[in-house]
Design a protein around this ligand. Structure first.
Ligand SMILES: Nc1nc2c(ncn2[C@@H]2O[C@H](COP(=O)(O)OP(=O)(O)OP(=O)(O)O)[C@@H](O)[C@H]2O)c(=O)[nH]1
Ligand SMILES: [Mg+2]
Length: 537
C-alpha cells in the first residue's frame, strides 16, 4: 500500500465541498453515465464547474461515495471509471493529468482500488512526434510476432510461442499458433534507455510508453500464413510504414512467401531491415549459409545487403534507404541481435512526411460504447487537433459528410494534436458506425476532397500465369482501400515482367485516389504493382 495514503485520507476527510474543486464518485460506467445524453451533459457541466472552482484544476476521488465512505472498485470497473472521466474531460477541453491509486481490502477480503484523479483545464500536450512505424513481413512461423514481443518487453522467448502471445491475442490465434490479423505493439527510448512494456496487451502499459518516451516505435505485426495475404498487404500498404522488417528463420531459410513479401516491400519502396531469426536453433555454418542466401536475394531485387556482423549501427543508419538493407542475426531466445535492432530503431530517421491538409485513410473501425465510432489509421498528411471539424467519405454517391474529432489517442494515450506519420485512433461525432467503411478517408473540412471511380496507372505485372487482357478483375490494395476493379490495359496482353499503362475502374464504390499513389493489384496467384498517373473522376 502506498505510504502517501494520508493524501487520500485528507481529501476524503475534508469532504466534497459544495462550491469546491473536489468531487467524489463511487463508480462511473459507460453504459450508465455516457449512454444518456442528459446525464453525460450534466456530468460534463459538473466537471467544468469543479475545474473553474479550482482555478483550472479539479480533483476526482474515484471509489468513494458522496458521504466519504471508501468502497473501492474492481480493477476493470476502476479503469472504466477513469475512461469515462477522460471522455468527460475531453468534452470540456480538459485532460487527466495524473491518477494516484491505493489498494483497499473490503469486508469480504476482496482487493479494491481507490483513486485520486487530477484534471487540468486545457487539452493535453501533443503526443510523441518523434516516432517510427515498423511493419513486419515473412513466412508463417518465422518468428515475426515473437521478435516483436521480445523487443517490446525485453524478455526472451521460450522457443515455444511464449512471447508471441503478446501479439496473438485472439483465441483462435492462440490455439493454432498463427497470427490471423494485424496486431500492434510499441516500445520507446528516452535518454538512451529502452522503455519496455510489461504486458503489451494492457492499454495502460502502451499509453505509458507514449507518455514516457522521447521516441516511440510502433509495430504493425502482419501475418505469414498464405490465405491471409490480403491482411499482410493491408498491414504493409495501409499504414504509413517507415521501415519493413522481414523475418527469415535460420532453420527454414528463404521460402516462396519470403520472396513474395519481399516483393511487396520493394513494390511499396520501403526501406528494409532483414532479421535472420532463430539463430539459436542452428549451427553457425547454417546461419552463414542463410545470410548468403539473403544477400543473394536482396541483390536480385537491387538492394545492397549490409551485414551487421561486419558493420556498426551508425553505418547502417547512414546508409539505409532504398538501396541498402541491413541484415541482422537475431534470436528471441538468446536475445542475440537485440542491441543492434534497438540501436537501429533508436537512431533511424522517419521517412519524409507530407505537409498540407489533414488526410487519413481509415483502417479499423471500433464501437466504443458511450463514445460512439472510433477509427484508426496512420495520418497521411497534415495535422489534426481535438475538436477539429472534418469530412468523412466518399459515400456511394461520391459525397462526403461533416464529422468532428471528439478526441485523439496514440496507443491509448490521449493527445490534443497529432500529425502526419503517426498512428492514431480518432473518436468521431455526427456519423454512425454502420456508415463508416475501411478505405474511406478523413479530410480537413475545407479541403474539397475528390472521389474517384476510374483512374489511369502505370503498372508492372509481377506474376501472371497467362496474359492480362480486358475484363481481368483484380482486387486493388491502395492505402487501406481493398476493392475489386476492372482493368483495361492500354497494350493488350501483358505478360509477367511487362510494364505498361492501364485503366482501373472500381467495381462498386468510389474512393479517394491521388496521383502518385502506389498500389498492389492481384487475383489468385497473379499480381502486379502500379502507380496512379491520372485520376479520371
Ligand atoms: N528457438 C527459437 N524459437 C523461436 C524464435 N523466434 C520464434 N520462435 C518460435 O517459433 C514459433 C513461431 O513464432 P511466431 O512468432 O508465432 O511466428 P510468426 O512469424 O509470427 O508466425 P505467423 O504470425 O503465424 O506468420 C514460436 O513457437 C516461437 O516460440 C527464436 O529466436 N528461437
Ligand atoms: Mg505472428
Amino acid at each position: 500500500m502506498d505510504s502517501s495514503r494520508n493524501v487520500l485520507e485528507e481529501v476524503v476527510e475534508e469532504g466534497e465541498e459544495k462550491n469546491g474543486s473536489v468531487e467524489f464518485k463511487s463508480q462511473l460506467s459507460r453504459d450508465i453515465h455516457l449512454a444518456d445524453e442528459n446525464r453525460k451533459d450534466s456530468l460534463a457541466a459538473q466537471m467544468k464547474y469543479r475545474i473553474m472552482s479550482g482555478d483550472g484544476e479539479a480533483t476526482y476521488v474515484v471509489g468513494v461515495t458522496d458521504d466519504g465512505t471508501i468502497t473501492g472498485l474492481e480493477r476493470d470497473k476502476f479503469k472504466e471509471s477513469i475512461d469515462v472521466l477522460s471522455f468527460l474531460a475531453s468534452e470540456v477541453d480538459a485532460h487527466i493529468d495524473d491518477v494516484s491509486t491505493w489498494n483497499e481490502t473490503n469486508d469480504a477480503g476482496e482487493n479494491r482500488i481507490v483513486g485520486l484523479v487530477t484534471i487540468l483545464n486545457g487539452p493535453e500536450t501533443q503526443g510523441n512526434t518523434n516516432n517510427l512505424i515498423v511493419g513486419t513481413a515473412g513466412h508463417v512461423d518465422h518468428g515475426k510476432s515473437t521478435l516483436i514481443g521480445s523487443l517490446v518487453t525485453g524478455e526472451s522467448d521460450d522457443g515455444d510461442g511464449g512471447t508471441r502471445a503478446y501479439l496473438d491475442v485472439q483465441p483462435h490465434e492462440v490455439d493454432r499458433g498463427l497470427s490471423a490479423d494485424l496486431s500492434y505493439a510499441a516500445y520507446g527510448f528516452s535518454d538512451g534507455e529502452v522503455n519496455h512494456m510489461n504486458n503489451p496487451n494492457r492499454n495502460s502499459d502502451r499509453s505509458k510508453i507514449v507518455e514516457e518516451s522521447d521516441k516511440v516505435i510502433s509495430f504493425v505485426d502482419t501475418v505469414g500464413h498464405e490465405p491471409w495475404l490480403r491482411t499482410t498487404i493491408r498491414g504493409l500498404v495501409g499504414q504509413r510504414i517507415d521501415y519493413g522488417l522481414l523475418a527469415v528463420a535460420a532453420d527454414d531459410g528463404i521460402t516462396q512467401t519470403t520472396r513474395e513479401h519481399l516483393g511487396l516491400l520493394i513494390a511499396t519502396e520501403l526501406p528494409l531491415i532483414v532479421a535472420i531469426t532463430k539463430t539459436d536453433m542452428v549451427t553457425d555454418e547454417r546461419v552463414n549459409e542463410v545470410e548468403l542466401e539473403v544477400e543473394k536475394l536482396l541483390r536480385h531485387v537491387d538492394r545492397t545487403p549490409l551485414s551487421m556482423v561486419r558493420h556498426d549501427v551508425d553505418t547502417a543508419v547512414d546508409e539505409i534507404g532504398n538501396s541498402v538493407s541491413p541484415v541482422v542475426r537475431t534470436s528471441a531466445v538468446t536475445l542475440e541481435g537485440f542491441d543492434i535492432l534497438n540501436g537501429l530503431f533508436e537512431n533511424l530517421p522517419k521517412r519524409e512526411q507530407e505537409k498540407g491538409d489533414f488526410r487519413m485513410y481509415i483502417d479499423t473501425i471500433y464501437n466504443v460504447s458511450g463514445v460512439g465510432p472510433v477509427v484508426s489509421g496512420s495520418i497521411q498528411s497534415g495535422e489534426i487537433e481535438q475538436g477539429d471539424e472534418l469530412l468523412i467519405g466518399p459515400f456511394q454517391d461520391g459525397s462526403y459528410k461533416k464529422t468532428k474529432a471528439r478526441s485523439i489517442e496514440m496507443h491509448y494515450y490521449r493527445v490534443a494534436k497529432a500529425q502526419s506519420g503517426q498512428m492514431v485512433s480518432i473518436a468521431l461525432s455526427n456519423v454512425d458506425l454502420d456508415e463508416i467503411e475501411r478505405g474511406m478517408t478523413l479530410h480537413e473540412k475545407d479541403s474539397n476532397p475528390t472521389s474517384t471511380k476510374e483512374f489511369e496507372a502505370e503498372i508492372v505485372v509481377l506474376n501472371h500465369p497467362t496474359s492480362i487482357t480486358d475484363g481481368y478483375e483484380p482486387v486493388i490494395h491502395l492505402e487501406t482501400i481493398s476493392e475489386t476493379s476492372v482493368i483495361t490495359p492500354m497494350n493488350k496482353n501483358m505478360l509477367a515482367g511487362d510494364k505498361g499503362e492501364a485503366t482501373f475502374r472500381f467495381k462498386f464504390n468510389p474512393h479517394h485516389v491521388r496521383e502518385g499513389q502506389k498500389f498492389i493489384f492481384r487475383e489468385g496467384s497473379s499480381k502486379g504493382v502500379g502507380t496512379v498517373k491520372k485520376v479520371r473522376g
